[in-house]
Design a protein around this ligand. Structure first.
Ligand code: AR6
Length: 167
């Protein structure tokens, strides 16, 4: 079974095989964790994303990590939360599934997720965390041995800890 760890910190500092970026559909950078990842990886990251021509919500693309310590960056645009009745749960689940799939296809052993859609895109934090934890826990991992949920603040950390403890 895959090992799941929750940490609080900056995902750009992690030395793992892949970090997952909460991107937008342009894949060309933005604010939040996306901006932090592009700044830390350097301009090569944006150049590597241009040929994709964007990415649909819930899908994922992989690039090298360039100046990051992580070997790869997996970019996935999460859903903008409207009211929960616009396929948001399924789209968010797809972000985690497609990211795990790319990590597997690229032989990753460790992967760190940011809390996709829980910032600017407004997904209720606890509901998003339940989807993240459930989807990753049930994923049929082969090469991936360790999944890290990287929380940026106390509130998010507490929510992940509660969800993992089944509360
Ligand atoms: N390390 C880890 N987590 C972080 C970091 C960091 N350095 N910085 C922020 N977070 P958001 P979204 C957390 O808004 O909601 C961008 O402009 C943050 O606290 O980055 O999916 C994109 O280009 C929150 O819990 O992503 C899109 O346009 C989580 O990362 C849009 O925002 C996600 O927050 C995507 O919105």
């Amino acid at each position: 079974m895959v090992e799941i760890e929750v940490i609080q910190g900056d995902i750009t500092k992690l030395k793992v095989d892949a970090i997952v970026n909460a991107a937008n559909r342009s894949l060309l950078g933005g604010g939040g964790v996306d901006g932090a990842i592009h700044r830390a990886a350097g301009p090569e990251l944006r150049k590597a994303c241009i040929p994709f021509g964007g990415c649909e919500t819930g899908e994922a693309r992989i690039t090298p990590g360039f100046r990051l310590l992580s070997k790869f960056v997996i970019h996935t645009p999460g859903p903008v939360y409207i009211d929960g009745l616009h396929d948001e749960p399924e789209l968010l689940r797809n972000c985690y599934l497609n990211s795990m799939d790319l990590a597997e296809k690229n032989g990753c052993e460790s992967i760190a997720f940011s809390a996709i859609s829980t910032g600017v895109y407004g997904y209720p934090k606890k509901a998003a965390t339940e989807i993240a934890v459930e989807t990753v826990s049930k994923f049929p991992c082969q090469s991936v041995k360790k999944v890290i949920f990287c929380c940026f603040g106390d509130e998010m950390l507490k929510i992940y800890q509660e969800v993992l403890a089944g509360k």
